[in-house]
Design a protein around this ligand. Structure first.
Ligand SMILES: Cc1cc2nc3c(=O)[nH]c(=O)nc-3n(C[C@H](O)[C@H](O)[C@H](O)COP(=O)(O)OP(=O)(O)OC[C@H]3O[C@@H](n4cnc5c(N)ncnc54)[C@H](O)[C@@H]3O)c2cc1C
Length: 380
């Protein structure tokens, strides 16, 4: 990938994440996927290395940097294992960033320094059985009772929830107002009325863990309200700027891993008297992979650069996320195809990449939602 325009600091950072991913993540990625567990100690390692604090200010325990640095982190981790990158991103770009942007000083100090060291794990609980793309259908309720809010409902598909210490929960404080009645709550593990269901099995991203969260008369102190009552979710959508850029970066990192695996296989595999990379169809497929991934990466860096420059980024972030996730899906499918029967085998990396890629088109706003956002920005 062409990173020619990165600064010296950015390049050094990219190289250190890449070296870590190659040494500590890649050799274990298949095992973690098969075991369906997130190696929780990795969050601690990332915290020690200062990586969880990327794009967080020093006063809350962050290490500075911005969206470009964060994109480099996501891309290099996803090249090692997309599932590892996913758990890290939920912890930082969703839950951590919500606390950073919407939290009171007390909330930030209670959560962020420990979270950015990896001492505690965070999750972001928005989705429900009936609430996906349409956020106005959130059914979890929060009603005020004296100095508490009482939460009732259930959250589904919540990454990191099996080992999370702090849950950011989206609940409605004014059901009749739909989206405008949605509030955010900081809820600690062990709060009576909060229960995490059994591990949910997935097609891909095996090494990330998810579960359902059930809230039954869960009493949260009023000081756990994050952001303004009835406005928290809308506020969060305005300030959580890293999400789509992070997803785009996952797509590029995972796509690169798939392309590298396909290239290595194609150099070794001999058919018709020569390595299959000598056959024009294979060469052209690899050339198309490289071209599309390069375009996706430049779009990702551009969107991240806009965020860092404080410029409007909504359209460009959606374009990068849409293009990178669909490119990644295409590259992973073609990568498996170039592996023939070997790619189809359960122990091949190609099949893991093929299973992992799909969710990047679904999470953080599906491709259709990104197209809606782009069209809206075009004034259509
Ligand atoms: C691996 C994984 C991890 C996840 N982690 C989390 C997490 O940590 N926290 C969390 O809150 N959620 C999480 N989710 C859930 C995620 O937020 C939802 O999958 C996402 O919001 C989409 O909702 P849905 O799956 O219900 O799809 P739906 O909204 O039901 O959409 C189904 C299909 O209909 C299409 N569609 C819907 N509306 C429109 C429209 N207006 N126009 C055109 N097409 C439309 C969609 O694009 C999609 O193709 C995770 C999901 C997965 C798979």
């Amino acid at each position: 990938m062409s990173d020619a325009l990165l600064s010296e600091d950015e390049r050094r950072f990219r190289d250190s994440v890449r070296a870590f991913a190659e040494k500590e993540i890649m050799p274990n990625a298949a095992r973690w996927d098969a075991e369906e567990r997130y190696p929780r100690q990795l969050l601690r390692r990332f915290g020690d290395l200062g990586w969880l604090g990327t794009a967080f200010p020093e006063e809350v325990g962050g290490s500075g940097g911005g969206a470009v640095m964060y994109a480099l982190l996501c891309s290099e981790l996803a090249r090692g294992s997309a599932a590892i990158a996913l758990g890290m991103y939920v912890h930082t770009a969703l839950a951590g960033a919500a606390v950073l942007h919407l939290g009171t000083t007390a909330q930030k100090q209670a959560v962020l320094p420990r979270a950015l060291k990896g001492e505690i794990a965070l999750c972001w609980a928005y989705a429900e059985a009936g609430a996906g793309a349409d956020v106005s259908t959130v059914a979890t309720r929060a009603r005020r009772e004296g100095d508490f809010y009482v939460l009732d409902g259930a959250k589904l598909y919540i990454t990191n929830s099996p080992f999370a210490d702090v849950f950011i929960i989206v609940a409605s404080t004014a059901p009749e107002q739909g989206l405008k009645g949605l509030s955010l709550f900081l809820v600690e593990k062990g709060t009576p009325g909060l229960a995490v269901g059994p591990h949910l099995r997935k097609l891909g991203m095996g090494a990330s863990e998810m579960a359902e969260i059930v809230l039954q008369g869960c009493r949260v102190p009023a000081s756990g309200l994050l952001g303004a009552e009835g406005r928290g979710f809308i506020q969060a959508m305005k300030v959580l700027s890293l999400g789509r850029v992070a997803s785009a970066a996952f797509g590029v990192g995972l796509g690169r891993a798939a392309m590298e695996a396909a290239t290595a296989y194609g150099r070794d595999r001999v058919q018709f008297g020569q390595p299959i990379v000598r056959h024009q169809f294979v060469r052209f497929t690899l050339a198309d992979m490289a071209t599309r991934l390069e375009a996706a990466w430049q779009m990702t860096l551009h969107a991240a650069g806009l965020i860092d420059a404080g410029l409007p980024f909504d359209k460009e972030a959606s374009m990068a996320k849409l293009f990178a996730s669909e490119t990644c899906a295409w590259v992973c499918e073609r990568g498996l195809h170039l592996g023939g029967a070997q790619g189809h085998m359960r122990d091949s990396a190609a099949q893991r990449y093929y299973r992992d890629c799909k969710v990047i088109e679904i999470g953080e706003g599906t491709s259709e939602i990104q197209r809606e956002t782009i069209a809206r920005n075009l004034g259509i």
